[in-house]
Write a protein of this length. Structure first.
Length: 155
């Protein structure tokens, strides 16, 4: 049995996954290179606050950025924000840069950018220098998430 919480959580959902240990990196591009994938397949898990103690996980391809207008329209809200590092850790159990919906302390809703649909993606795995490779469609389905166009080209 895995000692990695994200890998164990994926396995408990019956999801095929591969743990990739690569050591320290300082950017999305470095992480993608270390994991042997395209930047677009290295997917950032962003914690977005809808209200006090109400968050969503947004899965954003590494070569894109979150589109606040698109996400607000999808969620039907006028205001969204990103919590500071301490609040994100308290909400998920993971430090920024390692956050993943797999094994998070609370099962917040998951919204994956539609560009990840049909792809194999690499997410954070709850610890530095480690990635979790999963089939996006199966992962989003296992997490009860949805796909939507919620990003723009990175600036």
């Amino acid at each position: 049995m895995s000692t990695n919480p994200a890998e164990a959580a994926a396995a408990s959902l019956g999801l095929p996954s591969k743990l990739l240990r690569h050591g320290p990196v300082s950017s999305v591009a470095e992480a993608a290179q270390a994991q042997g994938v395209e930047v677009r397949d290295l997917v950032k898990t962003l914690v977005v606050r809808r209200a006090d103690d109400d968050y969503v996980f947004v899965l954003v391809p590494g070569d894109r950025s979150i589109s606040w207008p698109k996400l607000r329209a999808l969620l039907g809200v006028n205001r969204l924000s990103m919590p500071d590092a301490a609040t994100a850790k308290a909400a998920t159990g993971y430090e920024r840069g390692t956050i993943t919906p797999f094994g998070a302390s609370t099962a917040w809703p998951v919204i994956a950018d539609s560009r990840t649909e049909g792809r194999t993606i690499n997410l954070g795995a709850g610890e530095r220098g480690v990635g979790l490779q999963v089939p996006a469609d199966e992962a989003v389905r296992a997490l009860g998430g949805t796909f939507a166009d919620v990003t723009d080209d990175a600036v």
